[in-house]
Design a protein around this ligand. Structure first.
Ligand code: ACO
Length: 311
């Protein structure tokens, strides 16, 4: 029976059918999905911090309203993804415990500081731009709940990317000091954004298996290249430069060549040594502890409702 189930699973994946929560699936497939979806969900909620840092200092009411909506969207993305992960038989509490104890990762990008207002624009343009490039193919992921969650997330991320672009454009066309601030933000966020796609293909532990299972549709390097090709003309229309002297169009490849990424920095950030790792996880733990009374109150309310229904 085991072999029959495995054959049916392989055939469904090969035929591009969706795997649903009640379907049989290999334990390793389930574990790898929980790993990736949890990391993804954690990134969404940790990612609220660097931008929330600027809500109180947004330069106008309009910018403040946009930024608040965007940060709330990120919380929503986290919730869709935790719910999707729960369909694999794990609980949100368990996932949050693993985040808080450092057993599960979140994206390297959120361990960098937001030093100026222009960083809000650079995050929208580059970080959310990289996220969309990575996430659009996940809308076709073999696991149904993850694929469906991704559709709405990508629509919202597109709005985030455009607001970042528009913010940077306003700064770039502003005073000399505003232009310089926009350029400085792009200089600092460019390389970490390229690292978001994960290690190079020959060092990516999970890519081959995840692509065979159609969780991932493209390799880390393929998506990174796609992002560079999209970003270059956008930087030109923004009137900003990208901090890479080796960046140039390669006619033969039909892609842009780009300089070497500092992978030592990437692995170091993953180990917990980035500029803000401690602050991010410390703030997350504190928010969780401070929110205990809300969870207790919601649970007490739910118990009361159930008791009333029974009575
Ligand atoms: N930040 C932190 N950890 C990373 C990153 C990164 N940018 N890239 C790779 N890693 C980790 C992997 O999780 C893996 O660690 P693990 O074995 O402990 O899980 C290890 O480095 C090796 O990497 P890969 O084998 O290449 O891992 P994988 O095949 O899962 O690919 C990727 C990594 C591309 C990030 C994939 O998991 C993915 O597409 N995830 C969904 C998107 C996502 O998580 N986005 C979050 C940021 S975007 C946002 O929130 C706005």
């Amino acid at each position: 029976l085991g072999a029959q189930l495995a054959a049916a699973f392989d055939a469904a994946v090969a035929a591009d059918e969706r795997v649903e929560p009640r379907d049989w699936m290999p334990d390793e497939y389930r574990a790898s999905l929980v790993r990736q979806m949890a990391q993804h969900a954690h990134s969404e909620i940790i990612g609220m911090q660097p931008e929330a840092n600027w809500i109180t200092r947004a330069p106008s009411l309009r910018r403040k309203a946009i930024l608040m909506a965007k940060v709330q969207d990120e919380a929503g993305h986290g919730l869709y993804l935790y719910s999707a992960a729960e369909t694999l038989g794990t609980s949100r509490d368990e996932l949050l415990d693993k985040l808080h104890s450092g057993k599960q990762k979140y994206s390297s990008i959120f361990n960098y500081p937001t030093l100026t207002w222009a960083d809000v624009g650079a995050i929208g343009w580059l970080v959310d731009g990289a996220a969309i490039t990575n996430q659009v193919p996940i809308c076709r992921c073999s696991y149904g709940p993850y694929a469906r969650a991704m559709v709405r997330i990508c629509k919202e991320e597109s709005f985030h990317q455009r607001q970042g672009y528009e913010l940077l454009l306003a700064l770039s066309r502003g005073t000399e000091a505003q232009h310089a601030m926009a350029q400085d933000a792009v200089d600092r966020w460019w390389w970490p954004s390229l690292m978001m796609f994960g290690p190079p293909d020959d060092e990516s532990a999970h890519s081959a298996q995840s692509m065979a299972w159609r969780i991932k549709r493209h390799s880390n390097d393929e998506l990174r290249q796609r992002f560079v090709d999209i970003a270059v003309p956008q930087a030109e229309s923004l009137g900003l430069t990208l901090p890479d002297p080796d960046l140039k169009w390669n006619e033969e490849r039909g892609h842009h060549d780009f300089g070497a990424i500092d992978w030592a920095e990437f692995w170091d950030v993953l180990k917990g040594n980035g500029p803000c790792n401690e602050q991010r996880i410390g703030q997350r733990r504190k928010a969780h502890e401070d929110g205990a009374w809300v969870r207790d109150a919601a649970a007490a309310y739910a118990r009361k409702q159930t008791a009333q229904q029974v009575a």
